[in-house]
Design a protein around this ligand. Structure first.
Ligand SMILES: Nc1ncnc2c1ncn2[C@@H]1O[C@H](COP(=O)(O)OP(=O)(O)O)[C@@H](O)[C@H]1O
Ligand SMILES: [Mg+2]
Length: 512
């Protein structure tokens, strides 16, 4: 504003705009180092000031009115909803509506704030205490009632797929019209009926009847089978999480000794999801070198004349992203897998990822299969802390109490960072060709331990001859992610990215 314009403002307004200047005659003000023009170009126009003040005032009162309006809407919406809800729910629902409306109208009341915080804790934090209790005490018994019960005559037992400490895994087929499948060649229709059967080892230990209800750690192979069946059926009850794991179809005790079954043995059944694990792809047994062998299945196309390193990075990025999504979803239920590795990741014909093998998993929501100080380890993929929660953590109480404290315990102990470390090792194994063989991974782990789990130091001192091209692309985004996943935790159990954090890392931004 020019001095000329300032002069035209009425005196009273002039003094509100700039009281010190208004005292002085308009023109040039004396400065101790000479004469300088004042106000020119700095002072806003009087009209601008008046209209800005009006706008601000309007906004403030408009906002207040707006908030009042929203608050009233919440109040009336919850009252309307309350009229339709059954008696035990209607009053609490209306009360919560009033609490929320008070907060929105900027008139919070302490009891109301506490009530809303309690609801947030019980329903919205993960793992959710409400869903944990509901699942354990209501849905588990209910699903046992409705689950399909197999008999030996319903199934044909075929090749053995694997054998671990706790059980033997076989391919099987659901019989049609009570007829067993003979011969090795399967028709398309028979292939669709394939299942995977895990026979739980009987190691002579007595199965405690109350071990699930007490929410304690499985002891021996028999109880591990019970724990795995519990984890899988719990996951099946969540519509989102179940998409990331092999479809669990139930358990049974063999009712006869026939067709390879022995009477009294315990079996778990899954849908046969795929012939290929990520381990098969890494070892080159899918016909072609990794990761090129997964291009069509994972990216949905094969492109000629494309930069091969860029293509390999895209495949690895997609696989890792799907694994991290699966891990993140499991964690949202309070389940830590504890055995994330290529052999436990199936790649389906549609390029999806299915996590399997929940024998070592712990449900931190109900405390099932968790005991501080005990871990199941594949040392190649396990973090240095070896345990999901620090050893000083108290033993899990009974499931209802465990569920109530689970969001708190989760925040303090961050058990999810256990699986996040394994995902970091998976990234290194996929991206660094020299680490793809299982034996190379053993050396990697030893070297890493020697460097106190400082991945950068390991690279500088032990791995400097390896090929890090894929990790070093796009400003070393892959390397940065690997370093943030493969590291020690700090004194407050943090310092490593969780699966969710990792998914937001720039490594997952597409490359153009
Ligand atoms: N649902 C499934 N569909 C197809 N193959 C499976 C399935 N579950 C397991 N397998 C195969 O069986 C192998 C062993 O199964 P897993 O559950 O990991 O048992 P183990 O305790 O022996 O490791 C897996 O590596 C995989 O090849
Ligand atoms: Mg396994």
């Amino acid at each position: 504003m020019r001095p000329q314009a300032f002069r035209q403002i009425p005196g009273s307004l002039r003094s509100r705009i700039c009281p010190s200047l208004a005292q002085l005659p308009i023109g040039r003000r004396r400065h101790n180092r000479g004469s300088v023009p004042v106000c020119a170009g700095f002072l806003p126009d009087a009209d601008q000031i008046v209209s800005a003040a009006d706008t601000l005032g309007g906004l403030a009162s408009g906002n207040a009115k707006g908030l009042q309006g929203i608050s009233e809407s919440i109040r009336s919406a919850t009252e309307t909803l309350g009229a339709y809800l059954p008696w035990p729910l209607a009053d609490p629902e209306v009360q919560l509506g009033v609490d929320l409306a008070n907060i929105v109208a900027l008139q919070p009341q302490w009891p109301g704030v506490l009530r809303l915080l309690a609801i947030y804790y019980i329903l919205l934090l993960r793992p959710s205490p409400f869903l944990g209790v509901l699942d354990f005490y209501v849905l588990v018994p209910f699903s046992k009632l409705i689950q399909r019960r197999y008999q030996v005559a319903d199934l044909t037992l075929r090749d053995r797929l694997g054998s671990g400490n706790f059980g033997q895994v076989f391919e099987g087929i659901k019989n049609k019209n009570g007829k067993r499948i003979i011969g090795n060649q399967l028709t398309k229709e028979e292939k669709k009926r394939r299942v995977v059967l895990k026979r739980v080892n009987l190691d002579g230990s007595v199965l405690r009847s109350n071990f699930l209800k007490a929410g304690t750690m499985a002891r021996g192979a028999g109880e591990t089978g019970v724990a795995e069946a519990y984890m899988c059926s719990r996951i099946m009850r969540d519509p989102l999480v179940r998409q990331c794991v092999a479809e669990y179809q139930g358990e049974f005790i063999a009712d006869a000794s026939d067709g390879g079954f022995t009477k009294g043995t315990q079996w778990l059944v899954w849908k046969f999801e795929s012939d290929s694990t990520l381990g098969d792809a890494l070892s080159g047994s899918l016909g072609g070198r990794f990761p090129g062998c997964l291009e069509e299945i994972v990216l949905g196309r094969v492109r000629e004349n494309v930069d091969s390193e860029k293509r390999d990075t895209a495949i690895i990025r997609t696989v890792l992203k799907r694994v991290l999504i699966a891990i993140k979803r499991l964690h949202s239920l309070g389940i830590v897998h504890r055995d994330v590795k290529p052999d436990n990741i199936l790649i389906t014909a549609g390029g999806n990822i299915k996590i399997i093998d929940f024998g070592a998993a712990a449900d931190l929501c109900t405390g099932l299969n968790f005991s501080p100080g005990q871990g199941f380890l594949d040392p190649r993929y396990s973090p240095p802390e070896e345990l999901v929660l620090p050893k000083r953590f108290p033993k899990a109480p009974f499931p209802a109490a465990a569920a109530i404290i689970s969001p708190l315990a989760w925040q303090i102990g961050r058990p999810d960072l256990f699986d996040a470390y394994s995902a970091g090792v998976l990234l290194m194994q996929m991206a660094v060709p020299e680490l793809r063989a299982g034996s190379a991974l053993r050396g990697f782990n030893q070297g890493l331990a020697d460097c106190d789990y400082d991945l950068q130091e390991w690279r500088n001192t032990k791995g400097y001859r390896f090929n890090f091209d894929i990790l070093d692309r796009k400003g070393s985004s892959g390397w940065d992610l690997a370093r943030k996943l493969i590291c020690r935790r700090n004194s407050v159990n943090r310092g490593r990215l969780s699966a969710g954090d990792a998914l937001r890392h720039r490594f997952f931004l597409p490359e153009f």
